[in-house]
Design a protein. Structure first.
Length: 387
């Protein structure tokens, strides 16, 4: 009875809709991944002084691992995903504290876990599993999600726990992103806006105080709007503006040759603008716009609460990360080490972004097929169904 309520309208009525939306989602994702592979060959070939074949092998290996993560996320039953959400998130938050013990110092911060030649940033899996944990808690709350105790406190509590672990590294940018991501997801889940007002005021004050204890944060904010031409943002703007309408040609850019720091990761969009021009930059913006629109449409069409929050959360995660990266490169936000999803060469980011796309498709298909329902897991929903 509950199962039939969860899939009101029947699977046949919604089959075509979900498939068409997912086609556009996959088209945007594949286009961005292909651009990322091409730019990796262009940038790494110059930066690492290796040939194009070797550069393609390096990035191809990361893409192959990311595709494996995509397939696992797309095929694992969503019921198993829901059950593992909270334990996986707890482990991921603990991993964010490990870089101080087994990680390495990069520019005064401990954000990497390294074992021999293997290294990764724990913030990526932590952000990934935070979405699942919040989706699980909001779906379990059911109609009580609008209350402070059952809605606001569990959802924002997850984000605060992760943000506190990230501030210990310190990683202020990602801490702010996870708080914003959790807040939007909580609002979508029915948490009342009034609960955010006092918490946001106190949280922003505390966050600003913690961030301003570091001199480099103060310098980045004071340089906002008028960056030094020799700074990372200034050099990125020079690269971005030197491409003209159609760029200097793929592989012909010179700013990637030691001038723009992190040209293969944080500032890869600047190299896209230099080598592919305004047309290439517009292609990236259009692809992420398509991704965001499709994610928004799917969020409105998925009926099951947990699956709807999963779709919304991962679409928002990717679009918010892309927006943060593009704002930094274009000089509208302080410099922050955030990859451009699917395009930057970072293997950890690529893996969990593609896994997020896999879960979006998995959730949409599960909702269409009626293979998952949280209605019978929510006490309030069960009571209301009996009445």
């Amino acid at each position: 009875m509950a199962r039939s309520t969860a899939i009101a309208g029947g699977p046949d009525a919604r089959a075509g809709t979900h498939l068409r939306e997912l086609d556009w989602l996959m088209l945007a994702t594949v286009a961005l991944c292909c651009l990322g592979l091409v730019m990796a060959v262009s940038v790494q070939g110059a930066e690492l002084r290796v040939g194009p074949i070797q550069a393609m092998k390096l990035q191809g290996g990361k893409l192959f691992a990311a595709l494996a993560a995509f397939l696992i996320a797309a095929l694992v039953p969503m019921r198993h995903v829901a059950r593992a959400a909270l334990p996986a998130f707890a482990v991921a938050v603990a991993c964010c504290l490990l870089p101080h013990a087994v990680g390495r110092d990069v520019n005064g911060a401990h954000r990497w876990i390294q074992f021999g030649s293997f290294q990764f940033q724990p913030v990526e899996p932590a952000r990934f599993f935070m979405i699942l944990a919040i989706a699980r808690l909001l779906a379990r709350a059911g109609q009580r999600a609008g209350t402070f105790r059952h809605g606001f406190l569990p959802a924002i509590g997850c984000a605060v726990a992760l943000a506190a672990a990230l501030l210990c590294q310190p990683d202020h940018g990602n801490a702010l992103i996870v708080l914003g991501l959790a807040s939007v997801l909580a609002l979508v889940g029915g948490v009342r806006f009034v609960h955010f007002v006092p918490a946001a005021a106190a949280g922003l004050a505390l966050f600003a105080w913690a961030a301003l204890q570091h001199d480099y944060v103060v310098r980045r904010f004071t340089a906002l709007g008028s960056p030094d031409p020799d700074s990372q943002v200034g050099l990125g703007l020079i690269a971005l503006s030197s491409g003209g309408w159609f760029g200097q040609g793929l592989g012909q850019g010179w700013m990637k040759m030691g001038y723009v720091p992190e040209a293969k990761n944080d500032f890869v969009f600047a190299i896209v603008g230099e080598e592919l021009g305004f047309a290439g930059s517009l292609f990236v913006l259009a692809a992420f716009t398509v991704f965001g629109v499709v994610g928004y449409r799917l969020t409105g069409k998925v009926r099951d609460p947990f699956l709807r929050y999963v779709v919304c959360g991962y679409a928002l995660m990717i679009c918010l990360q892309a927006a943060a990266n593009l704002l930094v490169v274009s000089g509208w936000a302080p410099a922050k080490g955030i990859d451009l999803p699917f395009v930057s060469t970072g293997g950890t980011s690529l893996m969990f972004c593609l896994a997020g796309v896999g879960l979006i498709g998995n959730a949409a298909r599960a909702d269409h097929a009626g293979a998952f329902s949280t209605i019978d897991e929510s006490p309030v929903s069960v009571l209301s169904g009996r009445v």
